[in-house]
Design a protein around this ligand. Structure first.
Ligand code: PEP
Length: 256
């Protein structure tokens, strides 16, 4: 049985003070004994260490929002996988739609990052998802296939065991428009079939596929209740304990 992963992507938000305070609130409600649900927060780089300290003694994991694919060296402004591990990160989000569409990251770049992450001991949350125009023109599955093929090129089954997929339809990210449970389930089922073909059916059953896109307390339970939805990648609602904790609780209820 796949364990739910509820991940908060803080994006370029919080201050050191508010991030530490939020982490402290989450740590208090996710004790070390937490079993049913895995919880992850991904603060901005400058706050990783302080947030990591605030999470000590809890079961909340620390992750980063991106990583560079090269080993430490002359790459001004970039952050290496080794550095993230050194800061206590266990996960890294890669290929987020904002990285793809604002920073212009290609599948080839994202693939290098995925391989560097899993090769360097971080679990990768690989984000995939279609634009509204692509959904409207019936290209959703084609886009997902292309992003999966690109992102996981050359990634072995052993390496892919360190990968979580996040299906994030771009039209649902930060818009308040959520995919219907049926739309989410259909995309997740498609992604699992892709994994079964690329690896093996048995392996595909082990991979967690998160949904992301305007997840909130009032839609979390229905989305997480879909057979192929194994967690959530949460942006806006992860910035306050009062909106993030109910999503964790929805997952706890379903995993009980
Ligand atoms: C995200 O940042 O990955 C995301 C899904 O954002 P939001 O929950 O705000 O739509």
């Amino acid at each position: 049985m796949r364990r739910f992963l509820i991940a908060g992507n803080w994006k370029m938000n919080t201050t050191r003070h508010s991030g530490v305070a939020l982490a402290g609130e989450l740590a208090a409600v996710v004790p070390q004994a937490e079993t049913g649900v895995e919880v992850l927060v991904c603060p901005p780089y400058p706050y990783l260490l302080a947030v990591g300290e605030a999470l000590v003694g809890s079961a909340v994991h620390l992750g980063a929002q991106d990583a560079y694919f090269e080993a430490p060296g002359a790459f001004t402004g970039e952050v290496a996988v080794d550095m993230l591990r050194d800061c206590g990160c266990r996960y890294v989000i890669l290929g987020h739609s904002e990285r793809r569409h604002v920073m212009g990251e290609t599948d080839a770049i994202i693939n290098r990052k995925v391989r560097a992450a899993v090769g360097g001991g971080l679990a990768a949350v690989l984000c995939v998802g279609e634009l509204l125009s692509e959904r409207q023109s019936g290209q959703t599955e084609e886009v997902l296939d292309r992003q999966m093929e690109g992102g996981l090129a050359g990634v072995s089954e052993a390496e892919a065991a360190q990968v979580v997929i996040a299906y994030e339809p771009v039209w649902a990210i930060g818009t308040g428009v959520t995919a219907t449970p049926e739309q989410a389930e259909s995309a997740h089922e498609h992604l699992r079939k892709w994994l079964a073909r690329r690896y093996t059916p048995a392996f595909s059953e082990k991979v967690r596929i998160l949904y992301g896109g305007s997840v909130k307390a009032d839609n979390a339970e229905t989305l997480l209740g879909q057979p192929n939805v194994d967690g959530a990648l949460v942006g806006g609602a992860s910035l306050k304990a009062s909106t993030f904790v109910p999503i964790i609780e929805a997952a706890r209820k379903l995993s009980a």
